[in-house]
Design a protein around this ligand. Structure first.
Ligand code: HEM
Length: 179
């Protein structure tokens, strides 16, 4: 074989050797992209994303002034108050009614008289928690109008989560199987 023949054979052998190896730079790049995609897909599908917990379901309940009392926002409790027998969950208004808020006196209480009279006085609140509810006697038309205005505001803003009854009515309802 002459020189040219030798070179052709040598070059062909070199080329064959270089093309048969799978570890070319291009192949290595493609392989790493493939491995990366597979690993990230696999690990994503295996990670169970935490399911966000919604707020606890609201149950319509019958409260007495005493059982309403703990719902005053303290120790992370929800905040409820009652207006003319309807119990509102005003927890979203924690800045108003929560501990230290300007209207915290109403939290956990029957707020009807205080709202009607625009007063934070403690004698606006039912004193005897086991006695009859405030019948709002002595209030005039303008106070009752003011109270109705508040009720409309609250109805559009907060959920009603129960009704407020006196202990006597609660026990009577219980005896009749209503509670
Ligand atoms: C100096 C007198 C008062 C000032 C400057 C005042 C100011 C305010 C302000 C700025 C708001 C927020 C309104 C909003 O962004 O929706 C508010 C809401 C309210 N105020 Fe007053 N207020 C005063 C007196 C009273 C009184 C005397 C009462 C009742 C006893 C009262 C009961 C309320 C209630 C119930 C809300 C609604 C809170 C809610 O949306 O849940 N405020 N007040």
């Amino acid at each position: 074989m002459d020189y040219v023949g030798h070179r052709v054979v040598q070059e062909a052998a070199k080329e064959a050797a270089s093309t048969t190896t799978p570890f070319t730079p291009l192949n290595l790049i493609l392989l790493s992209v493939l491995v990366y995609t597979a690993v990230s897909t696999f690990s994503r599908s295996n990670t169970t994303a935490p399911i966000p917990r919604g707020p606890p379901p609201k149950v319509f309940r019958t409260y007495t002034p005493r059982t309403l009392l703990p719902f005053n926002g303290e120790n992370g409790n929800p905040i409820f108050f009652a207006v003319r027998g309807r119990v509102f969950d005003v927890s979203n208004g924690r800045n108003f009614y929560g501990p230290g808020g300007p209207y915290s006196n109403f939290a956990g209480r029957d707020a009807s008289r205080g709202l009607a009279c625009h007063s934070f006085d403690t004698d606006m609140l039912t004193e005897d928690l086991d006695g009859p509810l405030d019948t709002l006697d002595g209030l005039g038309p303008s106070e009752m109008d003011a109270l109705q205005g508040w009720e409309e505001t609250f109805s559009g803003k907060y959920d009603i989560v129960g009704k407020l009854v006196s202990v006597a009515d609660y026990n009577a309802g219980k005896a009749a199987g209503a509670q």
